[in-house]
Design a protein around this ligand. Sequence first.
Ligand code: C5P
Length: 397
Amino acid sequence: MLSGKHILLIVGGGIAAYKALDLIRRLRERGAEVTPVLTRAGGEFVTPLSVSALAGRKVFSDLWDLTDEAEMGHIQLSRAADLVVVAPCTADLMAKMAGGHADDLASTLLMATDKRVLIAPAMNVRMWEHPATRRNLATLTGDGVLAVGPNAGDMACGEFGPGRMAEPLEIVAAIDAALDGGPLAGRHVLVTSGPTHEPIDPVRYIANRSSGAQGTALARALADLGARVTFVTGPASVPPPQGVDVVAVESAAEMLAAVEGALPADAAVFAAAVADWRVAGASAQKIKKGAGGLPRLELAENPDILATVAQRTEGRPRLVVGFAAETETVVAHATAKRARKGCDWIVANDVSPGTGIMGGAENAVTLITADGAEDWPRASKAEVAARLAARIAEALG
Ligand code: C5P
């Protein structure tokens, strides 16, 4: 399964670095190409010579090596791979990744890559259990970084507990799963997310308070299950996830064009908070205060992107899912919306100010399908996304 796949392997500075040598061997046996990067600390545990001999190619270690920058810049190096693997991933590397540092080649590559990242943490058990490492792991998984291990067992430092790097074959299995696996492998899923901005003139717009958090979490969860995700996003306040094709748009009209351009898809999920109205005949020049009195904004109705796609007679995705943000009689409104728009499912939520859902970290949804309404317990947006992604995978079969 790994034949022809290109792995960028970052070897961090831990005693488990010796296992990275075996990992390189196992990957190459399976037909993968491995481009090794050795951190300064990693170089204290294994030599560049053994790493490059096993990888069959040059080992990169220095950001300031101008020859490398001339031949292959760090941006290109970070993107030429199918997957970036960090093994061993030390507590320090995890902290750097979670904090967005870029002060050496490894951390810069991890910041610059547009590919998925898999870490194999390895550290002393106390370091693994330290609240700072817990926080960093939560940040990293929230960012879509995959992790394998650590395992529990005797450690080189004489202590016992979780902290040992996963074995090379476990890492190979995780790499396999990250590259090809998952129930949505081979499926294309389209996700809309975020608010839209409807121009009044070149500097002003009408917007809404959507953060894009739920759509972003969903796109990430779908990609985690192996889907190819096209993520059509309005100007959201959270960054898009890694490992998806991002199409950034501003207005509802642009969003509709991007959605139609991204079809065909096996499933489409419309999590965006699309403005219902735009300003009719937005001004090409900045509107001036002045003699004419107050400007009058005339509104025009925006296209309903969800309904347009759900009602396509040709090329309709097999599963079309809409969202319904309501503030009262949620299920009744959402059930009617499902019928009116012609979509298969509606994910309904109560966004009354007291719920803290709009712009918050949690969500409590009701899934409305042809079979009725299902209440899901309140959970983080990431958990709701994972559950919805699993249901989508089940539905696509
Ligand atoms: O009608 P309402 O805006 O409540 O419907 C919400 C659902 O419809 C969401 O899935 C949203 O993404 C989608 N929608 C759309 N285009 C619009 C308005 C809403 O795709 N113009």
